[in-house]
Design a protein around this ligand. Structure first.
Ligand code: SF4
Length: 369
C-alpha cells in the first residue's frame, strides 16, 4: 500500500483535539493500516500534547465502535479511521477519517466490460418476467441463477459505486462515463450509509430497478461479491490502486449460491441451533435473533441465543447443537462458513429451510438496514 498517497487527515484530528482540549484520545484503525499505527500515535501525541491509546482489537467496519470500553478508560474522543459514520449512537464524541486515496485510474480499460454489461441489462429489460406457477425444480433453479432471480428491471442505467477511499472520484467519473455514452446514477442508500455511491459489505440499499449494471471503484472482491449477490446485476470493477479493470464473474456468484443451497438443505433435519448475536454496536440484531428463536420453536426445534463480540470457529464449534444461525455481520456466514465445523446460515436461509420463504423468490442477501 502506497501510504504517501493516502490522506490520513492527522492535521484536522490534531486541531480537533487541541480545540476540545482532549487529554486522552483513542485511535481505532483497520487491520491494513495497523503497521503504521505507532508512527501515527507518535505524531498525534507530539503535535497535540494528548495521550493516545490504540484500540488494538481487530476492526472491520464502523459497526465495530469501541466506545463503551474506551469510555471506561477515560478516553474523551475516538478517532476512527477508514470508515464513515453509521446510524448507530456511539455515546461519545467520534472523529471519522475516511482515508482517501489520490489514485485516478484510466476509464478506457473498463469501457468494453461496461458495454457488454449494458447489453445484458438491455436483454433482461426486454425479457418476459415473472412466472407465477413454478414447479419446485424450476423454483430451485431460479434460486441458483445469479441473474435470472432478480425482480424485473425498469431501466439499464449504470450504477456508479465505490468504497470509501475512492468516493471523491465518483462525480468526476460520472461526467467521464456520460461523455462515453452511459446514463449514470450514483445511488443514494439508507441511513447506514453516509455518502452517495457508498456500499458496505452488508448494505447495498441504493440499488433500484432502474439500474441495470454497476461499476465499482475500489480494490478487492468483498464489496463486489455482496453487491452481485444482493442485486444479481453485472458488475465491473476498476481498481484505483492498480488501474486494472475486471468483472465479478457470475460463475463465482453461482458457486456461492450453490454452497448456500447446500447449507440450507443440510439443516433440514437439524433439531438444535445456536443463534449468534453480535455484540458490536452496528451488528447487534437482538430482535432478529429472538424472532429466529420463536420461529425455531414454532417448527418444534430448539434455539440457543449466544452473544459474542468476535465470532470464530474456536469459540462456537464445541457447543452440542446441530447448526448455527448468524445474526451478526452477514459476511461471517457468507464468506467464512467453510471454516466452521457445523452449518452456519443466515436468518433468511433458516426461513427457507423451515419453509417460511419460498425458493422461487430467489436468493435474498442478508442486509443490515
Ligand atoms: S457488519 Fe460486517 S459487512 Fe457490515 S460494516 Fe460491519 S464488518 Fe462490514
Amino acid at each position: 500500500m502506497d501510504l504517501d498517497r493516502h490522506d490520513f487527515e492527522l492535521d484536522k484530528l490534531v486541531e480537533k483535539i487541541k480545540a476540545n482540549d482532549n487529554r486522552l484520545v483513542a485511535l481505532q484503525i483497520p487491520e491494513g493500516l495497523k503497521m503504521q499505527a505507532l508512527e501515527m500515535m507518535d505524531s498525534i501525541e507530539d503535535e497535540s500534547g494528548a495521550r493516545v491509546i490504540l484500540a488494538a482489537d481487530p476492526c472491520y467496519g464502523a459497526c465495530d465502535l469501541v466506545h463503551d470500553k474506551m469510555q471506561m478508560m477515560g478516553v474523551e474522543l475516538v478517532a476512527h479511521m477508514g470508515h464513515s459514520q453509521m446510524n448507530i449512537d456511539s455515546g461519545m464524541p467520534t472523529h471519522f477519517i475516511p482515508v482517501t486515496y489520490d489514485g485516478d485510474p484510466e476509464l478506457n480499460p473498463v469501457l468494453s466490460l461496461l458495454e457488454s454489461h449494458r447489453a445484458i441489462a438491455q436483454s433482461r429489460l426486454e425479457a418476459v418476467s415473472e412466472q407465477s406457477d413454478m414447479d419446485e425444480e424450476t423454483a430451485k433453479e431460479r434460486f441458483l441463477d445469479a441473474v435470472g432471480r432478480v425482480a424485473p428491471l425498469t431501466g439499464i442505467k449504470l450504477g456508479l459505486v465505490g468504497s470509501i477511499q475512492h468516493l471523491h472520484l465518483l462525480e468526476e467519473f460520472k461526467g467521464r462515463l456520460e461523455k462515453a455514452g452511459f446514463e449514470v446514477e450514483i445511488p443514494v442508500g439508507g441511513d447506514r450509509l453516509t455518502f452517495p455511491g457508498q456500499v458496505l459489505g452488508c448494505n447495498y440499499s441504493g440499488d433500484d430497478p432502474s439500474i441495470g449494471h454497476y461499476l465499482f471503484l475500489g480494490s478487492g472482491d468483498f464489496h463486489p461479491i455482496g453487491l452481485v449477490l444482493h442485486t444479481g446485476k453485472p458488475l465491473a470493477m476498476l481498481d484505483p490502486y492498480s488501474g486494472d479493470a475486471t468483472e465479478m464473474s457470475l460463475e463465482r456468484i453461482e458457486r456461492i449460491l450453490r454452497q448456500r443451497f447446500g447449507l440450507i438443505n443440510s439443516v433440514d433435519e437439524a433439531n438444535s441451533f445456536g443463534i449468534l448475536i453480535g455484540e458490536k454496536p452496528g451488528q447487534m440484531r437482538r430482535n432478529l435473533a429472538i424472532r429466529m428463536k420463536r420461529l425455531l420453536e414454532k417448527h418444534g426445534r430448539k434455539g440457543y441465543l449466544l452473544a459474542l463480540d468476535h465470532i470464530s470457529p474456536d469459540l462456537i464449534d464445541f457447543y452440542p447443537v446441530d447448526a448455527y444461525v448468524n445474526t451478526a455481520c452477514p459476511r461471517i456466514a457468507i464468506d467464512d462458513s467453510v471454516r466452521y465445523a457445523k452449518p452456519l446460515i443466515t436468518p433468511y436461509e433458516l426461513e427457507v429451510a423451515l419453509g417460511e420463504k419460498k425458493w422461487e423468490t430467489g436468493y435474498q442477501f442478508d442486509e443490515i438496514p
